[in-house]
Design a protein around this ligand. Sequence first.
Ligand SMILES: O=C(O)c1ccccc1N[C@@H]1O[C@H](COP(=O)(O)O)[C@@H](O)[C@H]1O
Length: 213
Amino acid sequence: MSDVSVKICGLTAPDHVRAAVDAGTRYVGFVFFPKSPRHLEVASAAELAHLVPAGVAKVALTVNATDEDLDRIVANVPLDMLQLHGKESPDRVAEVRDRFGLPVMKAIGVAEAEDLAAINLYSEVADQLLIDAKPPRNAELPGGNGLAFDWRLLAGRKYWRRPWMLAGGLTPENVAEAIRMTGARQVDVSSGVESAPGVKDAALVQAFIDATR
Ligand SMILES: O=C(O)c1ccccc1N[C@@H]1O[C@H](COP(=O)(O)O)[C@@H](O)[C@H]1O
């Protein structure tokens, strides 16, 4: 299970960044979605991004963002990747990738086997895929709900065409089992390392990363 890369998503304060970096994260995620308790204004995200050392990738998470939204984020926040976590079509993913010149990770919600078809579809246009639990109907947030899906759906299917991350309801307690069952080489967590919505807990962040090793 060595060399599993971790993304700690939804950092909202400088001490969150320090906790994630000190614990050995490979990616940090900044959320730009006003309904989320992890939402950041562009200026705050820029301040946090400047605390991230080289070697740790800075990811902007957006949901059905317009070009105007993305222009503002990309112009002001130093970034390494865009995470598209809404209902962006394959054409829109390709368009964002071309227009902004950054690698794009497309989130795919999974609840049942038929949802996996989207993985091949988006593999044509995205640089990475994030395989997350499908949000409940009428959920306020399309992710960050602390919900897991049935990891058995991914068992034996680890060789997708693109690098992928496992997400959804991961915690320090269950991440080792999730990696074992799915073969994931990258994992992403938000609410599972928080003491309250939007508040990352340094001990939980450390425990999560330790549990992936
Ligand atoms: O974290 C959020 O607030 C969020 C908002 C809107 C879309 C996605 C969001 N988070 C992403 O969802 C995964 C899973 O979250 P969790 O670990 O189950 O809480 C998270 O890693 C983010 O990439």
